[in-house]
Design a protein around this ligand. Structure first.
Ligand SMILES: [Fe+2]
Length: 226
């Protein structure tokens, strides 16, 4: 921690902007996401791929495996192994996606060569009268650094994203992330939540959630490990 740049130590988050071209390139792939089976049907669709990171843009995809968090840091999904289909290869191997990963890595306060990159692609949908799951509440993903990249918000209120020093506060960041906004933060030091309104729609909010962990088994269920 002592080697962190002073700016990151004082403020363990930062904001970036997505290029319009990157958002446009991703749009067709948000239309082809399978349903997230861990929330009420139709509420959310998502994919997940993990890679080991090399130097520069090099990365190697890891086999799909259930992922998890502990109850201590995620009261809603903790202790629940969750499996998702991988990202569409045409998106994950594209030049705009490479630039997204590069901008995330460049925003981090330390090199992450040899670490594991996670990319969740998520569409959250609203429709009038739909059944919404309970809000996640403040939680940690149990990764090291996270980025919430908002690619699109269509027909709905985008909700409010907060970063907190502890579940009960204080609140260090609170903002409505607009299309193109990226919030990068230290998931080991901060708790986060997005308060999504459940009125309005039909519409959706498209997000790429990027994360890094240090070891290949970080974030996987404790047993079995292969
Ligand atoms: Fe989260």
């Amino acid at each position: 921690m002592s080697s962190f740049p002073p700016t990151w130590t004082a403020q363990p988050f930062r904001t970036l902007r997505l290029e319009d071209e990157m958002r446009a390139a991703a749009r067709p792939f948000f239309e082809r996401l399978p349903d997230d089976p861990y929330v009420p049907a139709g509420w959310r669709a998502r994919r997940l791929t993990r890679w080991t990171l090399g130097p520069g843009a090099a990365r190697e995809a890891l086999p799909a495996t259930p992922v998890w968090q502990t109850k201590a840091h995620n009261s809603r999904f903790g202790d629940l192994p969750r499996s998702f289909a991988p990202l569409d290869a045409a998106w994950a191997s594209s030049e705009p996606f490479d630039r997204l990963v590069a901008s995330f890595r460049a925003a981090l306060p330390e090199p992450v060569d040899g670490w594991v990159l996670w990319a969740h692609q998520i569409r959250t949908r609203w429709r009038p009268g739909g059944i919404a799951p309970p809000p996640d509440g403040p939680h940690r993903d149990e990764r090291v650094y996270l980025a919430i990249a908002v690619f699109d918000v269509v027909g709905v209120d985008p909700g409010t994203t907060r970063l907190l020093a502890a579940p009960e506060g204080p609140v260090l960041f609170e903002r409505t992330l607009q299309p193109g906004d990226v919030l990068v933060f230290d998931d080991e030091r901060l708790w986060h939540e997005t308060r999504m309104p459940v009125q309005g729609g039909p519409g959706h909010r498209d997000v790429m959630l990027l994360a890094v962990t240090r070891q290949v088994h970080d974030g996987l269920p404790p047993e079995p490990r292969s």
